[in-house]
Design a protein around this ligand. Sequence first.
Ligand code: ADQ
Length: 484
Amino acid sequence: MEGGSKRLVVVSNRLPVALSNEGGRWVIKPGGGGLVTALAPVLKNRGGLWIGWSGAKGEVDIVDPLAEFSREAGYSLHPVYLTEEEVAGYYHGFSNEVIWPLFHDFQSRCNFNPTYWRSYLDANLKFAEVVVRFSRDSDYIWVHDYHLMHLAFMLRNMGVPRSCGFFLHIPFPPPDIFLKLPWRAKIVRSLLEYDLVGFQTGRDRSNFISCLRALLPEASISGRGNEVRVTLLGRTSRLGAFPISIDFNAFANMASSGEVAQKTKDFRDALRQRKILLGVDRLDYTKGIPQRIEAIRQLLIKFPDLRERFSFVQLAVPSREEIPEYNALKIEIERLVGEVNGQFAQPGWVPIQYLYRSLPRADLVAYYRAADIALVTPLRDGMNLVAKEYCASNVSETGVLILSEFAGAAGQLQKNGAKLVNPHDVEGVAKVIHKAFHTDIADHRRNMHRLRDSIRKADIFWWVDSFLQNAFSRHLNDFPPLEG
Ligand code: ADQ
């Protein structure tokens, strides 16, 4: 074994940066999205490397800007270069037209194109080659998400021994859905090449175990809780459930700042001190945005007393714009917003304010702080960080979290005061919103206080610590600062 201390090597499809070309010069800025939000505060000043695709097609010269970014970030970034064909086949194709819809119960949106599968394997091999180049035997490789389920298998095939853990950020489906995948047995076998496979919830893990039993009956499964072990052909992997979280204090502190207090006041004044209902999502068909707008329409039809008393603010961050279905969804949402506003607007009031852009963090937190009710109603979601960010930012503790029962966060947050809804039942969602308007504020305070307490205790640092401790009995703080 090579010398040197153990380092953490994170591998994900995307590097935690946004790349743009400004006048022929590559510019790198901190990125957005759930995974980056989750891991950046953890890696910062704790050492390690992050390997991933930059988002550009082909071999772009980003060595200098990446080195500069690495110095500032407190960890080093190493790019994987993908060609235009690889991006089409591995990323848009297999990852986002096969695994993403299938794992979120949208089987009818799947395109089981065999060329996508081959491209997925080639790209996983490419990522593995970069891991081999920059890591050493003693490192711990922590691979993230559905784009890279085959990475440990590739390392093993290359004869490169590494301790590897994997975390799936999206749900794992039950057998009646998963078994439709033409490459189902290969995916399950490859996941067992990781020493530890982490899921968001116990339900995802038990779905995986059910698929394993159906596809690989020769595997022996023992233990329970976070001690489940699977042995196949002499190799043992462990399966755990680790609900991801947020940097609670960062959100709470920002929400308490003078800057955010002023922005919150400005938003409230601009909306004439009406009650604020808020939705915040990447624009994705799993997030249930059209259904949520329908629920708002039902609210206005069934409870006319609420007309002109609230504004529903929907923030949508552009996502996967190159996939035609996402553009179709954008058009559908715009049409629905226009329709509902056209139906109910009065002079000086439109029910829905729709913002289609990524917002600076302080603005996002100000919206969270200003909102009386958060509508977090995905049709299916691995966890959903927005639900947790809203609670952390609700420093007045008067807000209400209305949460889909199909979000991974539901199990954890329902027992602490979130109001669960079925997002497909638009009348049911409208009734729960109406009830929240008429519930005593003391109840809201009690619930929000409990919600905030539970998220504060199980924050992002707790999540990383639970995973790493389970991986090899080492805590987060055991990782030394980055060398050199
Ligand atoms: P996502 O599907 O991206 O993540 P989510 O967990 O809700 O979903 O995270 C979205 C992130 O984007 C949040 O941090 C939010 O603040 C940010 N965001 C959304 N709209 C924004 C806007 N208009 N401006 C700025 N920022 C915005 C995937 C899985 C989830 C899982 C996470 C982490 O699909 O289920 O919770 O990974 O594991």
